[in-house]
Design a protein around this ligand. Structure first.
Ligand SMILES: [Zn+2]
Length: 114
């Protein structure tokens, strides 16, 4: 047992009172009730559950965002794959051959004009 004390406010009447840190930590863990000097009950379990629920909601939201990002990445990858497949080797060669033929014709034309 340490000699540390926490000063906490009552959620009902606002009175601040001291409680040993060990007892506070223990009560937060086991969820049992603490009473303020005016007799109000302070239940930390509800508080912890609220925080936990909020965190769970946040995690669910983030997971959903991640799924959306991954889905859009997947669709971009599929689109890139589709474009690559459309651009076949045959097409590439045909285009290149056309370009070369044009260049050769143009050079040939220049040579004949000289
Ligand atoms: Zn109180």
């Amino acid at each position: 047992m340490s000699d540390n004390w926490e000063v906490i406010p009552c959620a009902n009447c606002g009175v601040r009172f001291g409680i040993s840190s060990d007892l506070l930590r223990f009560r937060m863990k086991d969820g049992c009730t603490i009473y303020c000097p005016n007799g109000h009950t302070l239940n930390f379990k509800g508080e912890a559950d609220k925080v936990l629920n909020e965190l769970k909601k946040e995690i669910k939201k983030l997971t959903k965002n991640l799924e959306t990002v991954e889905a859009s990445r997947d669709s971009w990858e599929a689109e890139a794959q589709r474009l690559l497949q459309n651009f076949t080797d045959e097409e590439f060669l045909r285009t290149t051959t056309k370009e070369i033929t044009k260049t050769v014709k143009s050079v040939w034309g220049h040579l004949q004009n000289e």
